[in-house]
Design a protein around this ligand. Sequence first.
Ligand code: BDR
Ligand code: CA
Length: 315
Amino acid sequence: MSRLPLIIDCDPGVDDAVALLLAFASPELEVLAVTTVAGNVPGHRTQRNARMIRQIAGREDVPVHGGAERPLKRPPAHAGEFHGPEGLGDLQPFEPAGIIGDGPAANAIVDLVMKRPAGEVSIAMMGPMTNLALAMKRERRLAERLGTVVVMGGARSEGGNVTASAEFNVWADPDAAAVVFGSGCEVVCLGLDATHQVRATEARIRAIETIRTEPARTAAAMLRFSQRVERTVVGWEAAPLHDPCTIAWLLRPDLFQLRPCRIEVETSSELTRGHTAVEFRVDPATARHRWAVGVDADGVFDLITGALTPAEDGR
Ligand code: BDR
Ligand code: CA
């Protein structure tokens, strides 16, 4: 089987953790590295959390590189109330085994992409886009060498989750997002319009809880934590599952409806900081961006449940 070479840039984060567990359990993906960024919690915690999840998945072969501790131009902002102070909900932190990758995230991204043929390495972006923006500034040819950049970020019809118009990952570092969207890369953008359709209902969480492996138990614990936060903080019954949508799209693009567009990011107004202006009046033949307008949520959860189910269970 030819596997898709992939870098995962993330800020675990409970939903980032589920995304990592899905990716690690998917033989279709060749996870070249995980790079971490300050986002949901400070950078030293996102890096440790990624290594904790890597260990739980038994994938110490994958290097984890720590990255930017702060956005390009703004002070760091975190989202501890949605992820817990340590970033992985109720999961008790431990010092993970396994090495920390050599060199910072931005360098690792440049090295991994530039040593492969153009278009071969894709990257899944699950946090503020600081690392990729820094990598693009470091290596001007990076954008033309990257494969698809699949982003969890942005909001259009659905409105924002931090402010009226902005989603957290883009709002936290709008300047980095502007660099990525303006780079000429092919970007598939899965914003809140799509991820708010992918809800971790009671039945979907229970299906994962029946799987008796450590990765599945961990994924289910992340979903239970989010469910509790969603009910107490937001007032919704079932929490949206954002970041795993990036991995789901790479594995099963047929589960998503995308529209060609041009996406620009508001960086100057404090009121609408991080707003993603999604322009659909573009020539589809030359458009570099695609925006998700629909998703098969059952399909995404079936994919996660299936990937976490050991083969010998025959499911
Ligand atoms: C995004 O923000 C973070 O809190 C989540 O991990 C996800 O990447 C959703 O807006
Ligand atoms: Ca995230």
